[in-house]
Each structure stands twice: as structure tokens, then as C-alpha cells.
Ligand binder design. Sequence first.
Ligand code: ZN
Length: 249
Amino acid sequence: MIIKTSGIVVSGQAISERDKLITILTEKEGLIRAFAKGVKSFKGFNSLASSLFCYSDFVFYKGRNSYNLSEACAIKFFFDLRNNLEKLSLAEYFCELIISLCVQPQEAKEILRLVLNSLHFLSKETIPRPILKSVFEIKILSASGYLPNLLNCKKCLTNCEDEFYLVIKEGSLYCKKCFCKSKNPCVKLSRGALFALRYVISSPLKKAFHFSISEESKRKFCRACEEYTINCIEKKIHTLTFYKQVCKI
Ligand SMILES: [Zn+2]
């Protein structure tokens, strides 16, 4: 069967001098692994189109157990990412989250748009990097079945306190009165941090990256997003460790 779809390359591995195994987040089929045979000698083949972070139109032959790439035409390549180790390592972290979370073979239009927007902002440096990272984290988790419950206190249902605690393992909020310390680990959220989380989750993509927040609330917002991500992924995220080493954070 022939499949035509656009997608972005999130991982690539050489399996011989001419052949590669690439992982692509595609619009129609979700995350797929495809053999790209004879990449360098393929007539008319745009070899850039199958390289990491390239958004391309692809044609695959879908066999019983594998996909084979037959054509690729580059639409957009984020060149700026390769010139800066901080940008590159954050882009690789985004790719690791995609590979860990997009496990269902289903349409991935929304997540694909999230990745393309995020890589564009990362490349052009138009959004502060900690905000960009956090928005990507909470948006991809929400779209992958890990939507935290941020409406009100899980126990007494209040939503008008100044301080809440996000219990990371549950993805639930507790007010000061109901929060039990044994429920750790948690992140204490200010009103501003909670507002930002709710705003990002409920906003369409074109608005989700744009909001103002105080420095203190930003720290709590970013910490909540990162800790919730680590909890949901349930394994060591090597690219996150590397990104933090590179940025010394
Ligand atoms: Zn409560």
C-alpha cells in the first residue's frame, strides 16, 4: 500500500553506508519507523528531506511489518538549530518526548503542528526558551492522554484559593487545607503559575505561547511542567539531562 503524508524526522540512524532507519512523526499515520534505502543514490531524492528536524512530504510503501521510504521532498528545515548547542539539545528533547508519547498509530496533526511551531520559535528565538520548553511539555502531554486536572481542589472542589499544590503523581490540585504532605512530590503553585498552566492547556496553539507571567510564577510554572513530564514518561529522559547540563540549570 502507498501512503502519502507530510511529517517531521525526529530520529535517524545509519544502518549502512547508503541506508538509514528514520523515525518520522507523520500527519496521517502518527509515529512511524521507515527504511530509507539507497538514500544517497536515489534518483531525484532530496537527501535533506530525510534528515533530522526536516519537515517533508513523504511517500512510503507500507508492508506488513515495515514502511519503506520511496520519495521525500523537503518543505522546511530548521537550519538555525544546528548552530547552537542549547537549541539543538532542546530540539532533541522535544524529539525524545515525541518518541516516548506518540505510541498510538493514529493521525497526529495537532502534535505535528505543536512541534513545527515550537521548532520555529526555538530557531528564531522569538519565545523565551523556558516558556517554550514548558508549553511544549504540557501541550504534548495533554494531547497524549496525560491532561492534568487543574480545575479545582480534588477534595473540597474549591477553586478560589491563592495557593494550590499540584501533586505530580496524580496530576491533581489540592488547596492548602486539603493538601497532605504525605502526598509528595508536589509543586506549590502561585495564582500566576496556575493561571499560566490553565491558559496554556485551554488555548489554541497560536495563542498558547503568548502570555505574561512574573519571574517567581514562571519558575513555579516551569518546574510544574518539567516534573509532571518526568513523572508521565516514567523513564530517564537523557536528552533532558543533557539540555540541563548544556544550559547549566
Ligand atoms: Zn481543598
